[in-house]
Every structure is written in structure tokens, then in C-alpha cells.
Design a protein around this ligand. Structure first.
Ligand SMILES: CNCc1ccc(Oc2cccnc2)o1
Length: 431
């Protein structure tokens, strides 16, 4: 078929498809695409976004215009269409060869103190959306559910397995967990489809709560937790279950996830890749001891204020996105609060407090040779009660906990890579 003949044929096709549908013979669409028959026989079609996986080819859209107006197509335009198609299919092939990745927001549950961060997930078929607290300090994925007494639910979204066609009860399995702050929950177990940030895990263990403690009921913006600790910590019995990350790991482009938490703003959790745009300089990696099941690493020391008077003393602690504050040895706390006018370790308020208008130094901690500074604003954490002139510190003592915790107050001062290769490691970078 000569170019002109082809042009004539294609032009006829293009024009035919542009003709308005004849009234009365219109095939009624379904659902949202149903055209609305206005009076006087007018029809309205809602446009639908082209399905994903479509690659734009600019050369082809120019080519179609030449055809539409029956203008002979120059050879180099034909070559440009083929060239762009080749690049697009190479990109598709490359995407197929690489593993999966995901990215989801970490949104503070409150406007003022970054008490915790929640991330939207969907569970089941049709998908049920819940906002869950992604917690590197534990390894249970549990949700508020239809199995709870209603008085324990105060505004949280719940997961109703009976409304999910893909939910399967894990017969005879139960779970029960207690967190460092004394909060607790327990219940039974389903497997169902779990999706977050574009990643989907089939047959993920979803632990449905039957009971939660008062502090979870009061945390009205947290619909449950997603444990990102090591699966050895999972509390499901008789057979413990894998975390969503451990289930997803093999199909991820890289066996990593990153936390980019922010001060009074939404940050992100990324899965399977390290986003170069989220940090500056280099990532400093240090080993993780996975045996206890936490992301445990050794900090190389600390300084009160900037890193001028750095004290090189090893501090073994866990990186815990599910804990708001930083908990460190008494010696470190004494050195810090000694520099804060009016600071006391208050029994009545349960920790170090100080006048909110006191000048606060920043706090620097070491990872290997690198130094990370927590700004004073993160340490002036919150008034002890609404409107009080006394503030609660973002640095508190770990002496009662038996473990040091680098919680959100520290994590939001860095870009953190949780690298689950063998042996696992944790990476810290400035941002
Ligand atoms: C504040 N207590 C209820 C609550 C909300 C989220 C969590 O989860 C926690 C608490 C402490 C450590 N790790 C996770 O507990």
C-alpha cells in the first residue's frame, strides 16, 4: 500500500471514529461510563484516564496529525516514531527486569508534636483503607477490627474480614503484644491482600484486634501498626508470621526500606529503593545485630550542642519509628539538661521537664565518623499539659527501659536506610 493509499485508509478510520454516535443506537455503557441521555437526545461520555503502562510517543501524535490532514509523512518523522517506540519498549523491558518498589507518606497524627506517624494502606477485596503506624520497633501487623467491642473504638477505621472476599481465618492462631509505653493489644489472625505505596503482598498475616488498651483507644488517628522489625519478634502463636516487608523483600528491587520522617510535616517510607533526592552527601552504614529482633546499632557518641565537644562513647540503641522520643543513658541526659535553665527530672511529670522559654542546646549523636544534630526545636517537645509554661523534653532517660531508643525525635533529623541484606545494616545520611 503506497503511503498515499495508507494515508487515505487511515484518514477514513480517523474521521469515522470522530463522528458523533447516532442517537437511539447508542450502546448503553456500564457503571461510571454510562452516558447520560440528556433531553433532546444529547449524550455525555465521561473521559477515562488511559490505563497505566501507556507510553507517550510525541512523534506518533505528530504523525497522526499529518495523516489526519492527508499531508505526506516525511521519512525522518516515520523514523522518529519507530525510535521513540524502541526507547519505550526498552524502558518497559528494563522495568520488568528490575524488582518492585513502593513509596508512601508518613503523616503526623497530630498538628503539633509529631506524637506518631501514620501511612495509608489497603487490606482485602474490595480494598479497605486504614492509616497504620509503621513501627521498626515491633513486628506485628495488627489492626482495629470488627472483632472489637465497639466502646474500644473511638473514630478509628476498622478492618472487617467478613467483607473481604480474599480474607482467610488462620485457624487457632492468636497474638498478644505489649509495647514499651505500656500499651497493649491482642486478637486473632487472618491472611489477606495487603497493599501500601504501590506494593501488594498476597496472603499477608493481618492480626485483627479483639482487645486494645485505653491508650490505643485514645489514639483516634491510629488504626493499627505495621511492624518493620525482624519477624523473629512476631507474637502470633502457635506459628509466628512474617512482616509485610519480609514477605515483599524477595520481589523488591533492593532488600531495603528507608524512613524520611519530618518535623511537623509529612515524610515518606520508601520500599525497595534509595531515593537519591531525599538526602545529601553519603550514607554512613553501621552493622545491625538482628538477634534481638530490633534494628540495634551502636552510635559512636554524642555532644551537647554542636559537635565541638563530642564525647566518643559507644551507645547501643534501637532505631524505632514507632517511639516518639529519644531515650538515652542517665549520664548523657545529665550532661544535656545541665545546660538547660530550670530543667528537672520530674517524678510527677514522668521525665525531664523545663520552662518552655528556656534556651535549649541542640543534641549531636555520632554514627561512625558522621555527626547528626537534633535541633533544639525537636527537643522542646510539648507543654506537659495544654497551655502549660513547662515543657517535656524530647530526650528522656532509658534507665527504666533497659534499652536505648532512637525514636522519631532523632530519626526526623536524618534520612535512614534499613538495609535487610545479609548481614543487615542501617544507614544514616543528612538531608
Ligand atoms: C501511645 N500509646 C499507644 C500507642 C500508639 C502507637 C503505639 O505503638 C508503640 C508505642 C511504643 C513503642 N512502639 C510502638 O502505642
Amino acid at each position: 500500500v503506497t503511503n498515499l493509499g495508507l494515508t487515505a485508509v487511515l484518514t477514513a478510520l480517523c474521521l469515522a471514529s470522530a463522528l458523533p454516535p447516532k442517537i437511539g443506537t447508542t450502546r448503553m455503557g456500564h457503571g461510571e461510563n454510562r452516558p447520560s441521555l440528556g433531553r433532546g437526545g444529547r449524550v455525555t461520555f465521561k473521559q477515562a484516564r488511559h490505563p497505566t503502562g501507556h507510553h507517550f510517543n510525541g512523534a506518533r501524535s505528530v504523525y497522526r496529525t499529518y495523516l489526519k490532514y492527508a499531508v505526506p509523512v516525511p521519512e525522518d518523522l516515520v523514523r522518529a516514531v519507530a525510535h521513540t517506540d524502541a526507547l519505550n519498549s526498552a524502558a518497559e523491558e528494563d522495568k520488568r527486569r528490575r524488582g518492585a518498589t513502593g513509596s508512601a507518606p508518613a503523616v503526623p497524627i497530630d498538628e503539633r508534636f509529631d506524637i506518631a506517624y501514620v501511612t495509608p494502606v489497603t487490606i482485602g477485596t474490595p480494598p479497605q483503607t486504614l492509616m497504620l503506624d509503621f513501627d521498626t520497633g515491633s513486628s506485628d501487623l495488627w489492626v482495629f477490627s470488627s472483632h472489637m467491642p465497639p466502646f474500644q473504638v473511638r473514630g478509628q477505621e476498622i478492618y472487617t474480614p467478613d467483607e473481604s472476599s480474599t480474607a482467610r481465618l488462620l485457624e487457632g492462631h492468636t497474638w498478644s503484644i505489649m509495647y514499651g509505653d505500656g500499651s497493649a493489644s491482642r486478637g486473632n489472625v487472618y491472611v489477606d491482600t495487603f497493599a501500601v505505596g504501590g506494593l501488594t503482598v498476597l496472603n499477608q498475616a493481618v492480626q485483627t484486634a479483639q482487645q486494645v488498651s485505653a491508650s490505643f483507644t485514645s489514639a483516634t488517628n491510629i488504626d493499627g501498626l505495621v511492624g518493620l522489625g525482624f519477624s523473629t519478634l512476631n507474637t502470633v502463636r502457635p506459628e509466628s508470621q512474617l512482616t509485610f516487608f519480609d514477605n515483599a523483600k524477595a520481589s523488591l528491587d533492593n532488600p531495603v526500606f528507608t524512613a524520611d520522617l519530618k518535623y511537623m510535616a509529612a515524610g515518606t517510607y520508601d520500599f525497595g529503593f534509595i531515593d537519591r533526592a531525599k538526602y545529601t552527601g553519603e550514607i554512613t552504614y553501621v552493622p545491625i545485630d538482628p538477634d534481638p529482633g530490633y534494628w540495634i546499632f551502636t552510635s559512636s557518641g554524642y555532644a551537647v550542642g554542636a559537635s565541638s565537644n563530642f564525647s566518643a562513647t559507644p551507645i547501643i540503641g534501637i532505631a524505632d519509628t514507632g517511639t516518639s522520643l529519644v531515650y538515652l543513658p542517665t549520664a548523657v541526659l545529665t550532661a544535656y539538661y545541665r545546660q538547660v535553665q530550670g530543667a528537672t527530672n520530674s517524678r510527677s511529670y514522668g521525665g525531664y521537664v523545663f520552662p518552655c522559654d528556656s534556651a535549649l542546646p541542640s543534641f549531636t549523636f555520632g554514627v561512625g565518623e558522621e555527626r547528626f544534630t537534633i535541633p533544639a526545636s525537636y527537643i522542646r517537645y510539648a507543654p506537659v499539659t495544654e497551655g502549660s509554661a513547662t515543657c517535656f523534653g524530647g530526650l528522656q532517660s532509658s534507665s527504666e527501659l533497659g534499652i536505648n531508643i532512637w525514636g522519631d525525635v532523632a530519626l526526623k533529623a536524618a534520612f535512614v536506610v534499613f538495609d535487610s541484606r545479609s548481614p543487615p545494616r542501617i544507614g544514616w545520611a543528612k538531608k
